[in-house]
Design a protein around this ligand. Structure first.
Ligand code: HEC
Length: 104
């Protein structure tokens, strides 16, 4: 019995780790070239386009719905991702941005 429960815990661990990292992984592959892996916007593209630090208070004070809207519809030079990413992926990205904002 005890052994059974142990192996269940061991099996469950990697799955949760992947779910938690999905937003960060998506951000790294789709967004980091402009926003930087840490969302600071300190990239050559970011500086040229004058992208705000996504961890800054100005960005963080927007609601999840507003941020999801910007990601799906785009804004100025920010590309629209509504047709490329699922709603679930976009909400994971906002989750990642919230985490990044807390760490700053
Ligand atoms: C081609 C470069 C580029 C890529 C790739 C890109 N962005 Fe952006 N992003 C921008 C620019 C430029 C802005 C600033 C738009 C403005 O306000 O003029 C922006 C703005 C934003 C904002 C709003 C910030 C604010 O000032 O309120 C969010 C949120 C955001 N991006 C998230 C993302 C996410 C998530 C991804 C990946 C799915 C992504 N971006 C990919 C260029 C990019």
């Amino acid at each position: 019995m005890a052994v059974g429960a142990m192996s269940l815990v061991l099996l469950a661990l990697p799955v949760t780790a992947i779910a938690a990292d999905e937003g960060a992984d998506l951000f790294k592959t789709k967004c980091a070239m402009c926003h930087g892996a840490d969302a600071s916007g300190k990239t050559a593209m970011g500086e040229k386009m004058k992208i705000r630090d996504l961890r800054s208070a100005e960005v963080q004070k927007q609601t999840d719905a507003e941020l999801e809207g910007i990601i799906s519809k785009g804004k100025e030079k920010m590309p629209a991702y509504g047709s490329k990413l699922s709603k679930e992926q976009i909400s994971k990205l906002v989750g990642f941005l919230r985490e990044a904002g807390k760490k700053k």
